[in-house]
Write a new protein. Structure first.
Lengths: 311, 262
């Protein structure tokens, strides 16, 4: 029942567990070589406190599952040298960067492996993981080069109707890291907006860590339980934690900051000039060891200027 | 708001006239001509179209002016919405694509309308040019009622005899039953629209054929800028111009900012 009922009504029975994660405990969640799924979509709702933590730690050989329209969160991890393999159908920021510059350069130089897929194949693989199946069939990709580009996508003859389809293996994140509007301390996560495909990443992943703009009471969650999207294994309080990307209901993307990151990526991609990106990392990642340090580096005026309706 | 129609307005009008009331259409971001075509069709003759704007389904028939909408993940699109969906619920609803028309861009197009968004180069581990990726084009183009290949460049490096990689099937190896043999339920590509011309597919071979040239473009220029032989009809008309009613909708309600006139 309620949070405290067990304390009162059942002496000796432990109280309901909190899944709050303090920022210094993020280290327990990630290690080299893991498969990590990044939530949000395109220019919105990426879990940037966790992403910057990974960069600061200098983790290596990650398999990164970007969102279906993967954003520059993927690009930052690639640029920082954390990534061995990328699984997602796109990396970029639409009009702000039609393709992630670090991603493009690393792929062209053979420094990362790209698990080629389209959105239909990507969601099929995540759904297979959620259902604990070895694979699920997909029609998108039949007749194309995908099985040649990605040998994990295997054409097979459907035993029911005899069609040729592609078998998409389960895509199983060790950890999914998401950013949402609010949660209680027990991990009942609610979005403003629909949450893109974050529910599916949660269902596919072994564990899910969610950053939230605010922690609310369990009573607040129970006012609208139909809004609860998922139950997180860990919740990190992270106001403005999607910055420089948008967080629905709270703030817009920071275009000037995104332009700074993209310019650093292009200098590396075009001229192999690493200096702008090293300066970026020194200022916003290594020089800002906590999320509060990061927010101070960005500055109050900039952050409050990202208002959705009134800026 | 006067002056002759621009090439982009002509392209948008051609597409809009081909879209029927009741069809489902995705208004992408960063694609001003396609956006204009979808909204022009909606306001001109498609009050019951299912307009998918970002992750919403909207009906803008009574909205006086369509504001430009830039980023896919911007939830503020919901202020026009009748429905608002998860990304995977949209992509994985293939059955709904039976009423959809869709647009595919390309780094390369072959004579049968197969297209490449993957990249250029033959070694998949070391592409000479890494493209943006297939996004949802592969699955959507397998299922939609019909699609259009939309190009911002008409040149021999785009129109190639053979794509380095195929991310979206057009008419496969050719012939009207090419898609049926592959088991693809969707209707395939109908037109390819470029800044120079409109191409369609010859009925028997399903090879690209020149259908019309835009005003001021010579047939020979299209021939020179295409890296293979197009099927050439005896007579090539000029692409039709927007009527006054269509131009008025475009310039006052769909594109008052002038993205198609810049």
């Amino acid at each position: 029942m309620g949070d405290h009922a067990s304390d009162v009504l059942s002496p000796g029975v432990p109280a309901r567990r909190s899944v709050l994660v303090a920022e210094p405990e993020l280290g327990d969640w990630f290690r080299d070589g893991m498969t990590i799924a990044l939530g949000g979509l395109a220019t919105a709702c990426h879990a940037m406190v966790a992403v910057r933590h990974i960069v600061r730690r200098g983790l290596r050989d990650l398999t990164v599952i970007g969102s279906a329209v993967g954003g520059l969160d993927v690009d930052l991890l690639v640029g920082a040298g954390c990534v061995r393999k990328v699984i997602c159908p796109y990396v970029g920021a639409e009009a702000l960067a039609s393709i992630g510059p670090f991603y493009r350069a690393a792929a062209e130089r053979g420094e990362i492996e790209v698990w080629e897929c389209d959105e239909g194949q990507y969601y099929t693989g995540l759904q297979a993981a959620a259902q604990m199946l070895p694979f699920l069939p997909c029609r998108g990709g039949v007749g194309t080069s995908f099985p040649e580009l990605n040998p994990d996508l295997k054409p097979f003859r459907d035993p029911v109707r005899g069609e040729t389809l592609l078998a998409v293996p389960a895509i199983t994140p060790d950890v999914a890291i998401l950013h949402a509007a609010q949660s209680d301390v027990h991990g009942n996560v609610q979005f403003v907006g629909t949450g893109y495909a974050d529910r599916l990443l949660w269902r596919a992943a072994e564990r899910t860590l969610v950053q939230v703009e605010r922690i609310v009471s369990n009573e607040e969650i129970r006012r609208a339980p139909e809004r609860t999207a998922l139950l997180a294994a860990g919740v990190l309080r992270a106001p403005y934690g999607a910055h420089p990307f948008s967080s629905p209901g709270f703030y817009l993307e920071d275009r000037a900051h995104i332009a700074e990151l993209v310019a650093a990526g292009r200098a590396w991609a075009r001229d192999r000039d690493r200096q702008p990106f090293e300066a970026y990392l020194a200022r916003y990642v290594h020089g800002a060891p906590t999320h509060l340090d990061y927010l101070e580096a960005i500055g109050l005026r900039r952050l409050l200027g990202l208002d959705e309706w009134g800026a | 708001m006067t002056g002759p129609p621009t090439v982009r307005e002509i392209m948008a009008t051609f597409l809009a006239r081909d879209i029927e009331d009741g069809e489902e259409i995705f208004v992408g971001t960063n694609l001003p001509v396609i956006r204009a075509a979808a909204l022009l069709a909606h306001l001109h003759h498609g009050p019951s179209m299912r307009v998918m704007l970002a992750h919403t389904r909207t009906n803008l028939y009574h909205a006086p002016v369509m504001e430009h909408f830039e980023l896919l993940a911007d939830w503020r699109a919901a202020r026009w919405a009748e429905g608002y969906f998860n990304d995977n619920d949209i992509v994985m609803y293939q059955k709904s694509r039976r009423d959809s028309v869709f647009f595919v861009g390309a780094l390369q197009v072959d004579p049968h309308g197969n297209t490449n968004l993957i990249g250029l180069g033959t070694d998949p581990r070391r592409l000479r040019l890494r493209g943006p990726g297939a996004i949802a084009t592969t699955t959507n183009a397998s299922h939609v009622r019909r699609f259009y290949i939309f190009l911002n460049e008409h040149s021999p490096r785009v129109f190639v005899p053979r794509c380095d990689w195929i991310s979206t099937v057009g008419w496969g190896d050719g012939g009207p039953d090419a898609r049926r043999k592959l088991g693809l339920p969707g209707g395939g590509p109908r037109y390819c629209i470029t800044p120079l011309a409109v191409l369609d597919f010859e009925d028997d071979s399903k090879r690209l054929r020149l259908r019309s040239v835009h005003p001021g473009v010579a047939v020979d220029e299209v021939r020179r800028q295409t890296g293979f032989d197009l099927v050439m009809p005896d007579h090539v008309p000029t692409t039709a111009l927007p009527g006054p009613d269509e131009l008025a909708i475009l310039r006052t309600r769909v594109d008052p900012q002038g993205l198609l006139r810049g």
